[in-house]
Design a protein. Sequence first.
Length: 282
Amino acid sequence: MTANIRRLVLAGLGTTALSACATRPAPPVEHYSLGMSRADYRNYKKAKADPCASSEPRWLADELTTVNGLMARFLRETENIANLEAPDHPRQLAMMREATESLPAVMDVHRYTLNRLRECGFRDTGAFPEIARRGQELLREADARLDDGPKVLAAVALKEARKQWREEMPEREESARRTWCPPKPEIGQTDLYYARHDVDGRKQWRFCDGHLVEQRPDGEPVLVQPDNLTWRMRRRIKPQSYLDAARDYPLAEMDRQPDSVPGSGQGAAKKSKPSTDSNGPG
């Protein structure tokens, strides 16, 4: 009899423990903001709580609806994120950067709660079917949008690097001239100090004595002489030596807009490759 009583007591304690676990209080409300959007939700996953048993259906519906609304607004406000020329792109970019840092954690909690909702007795009542359907749809769309984030950010970085490349082009050319050219360049000396591959495909090689070799995308290199050369100066010029110097200059060292990351130190002649009267650097 004593053993039977003990078993009944232990069974009662187990039932009480299970009941306490099933009715664990709902976790506290957490607040999240993204841009101008706000959402209040409960992290049932972190608290290891059952949203079916520890929350009022009306509260749960409100929480899920506000997170759905926040994701929908995020998708609306970043729908043209791939269009780098859009007038509001800076605002969309700021939204994407903010969302990349914080939204996935909220989505993870939302996904957990929606999945647990399938086990709730009230899952087919009221607005819950539409809330669940819309929530899963928004999660998929937001995942895809966030997956595009790194590509968009890389494209923006490349765009800014190319803009900086264009803006700083004159200074790079002048800096190369100051670095590699003597104070008084001699006409006829093929000292090549700077080369550039322009966006339109045109190539230019600049020499300290003012000469320029230029090549159009579909043409041959041609020598462009500086103005106001005297007859004596022209006698010192050997056009082929300039063309040879341009031909021998390494294409990889030409100043050109970045294809992926900003380049540095390109376009200027290298001291480690000494120039000669016939071939120039490279």
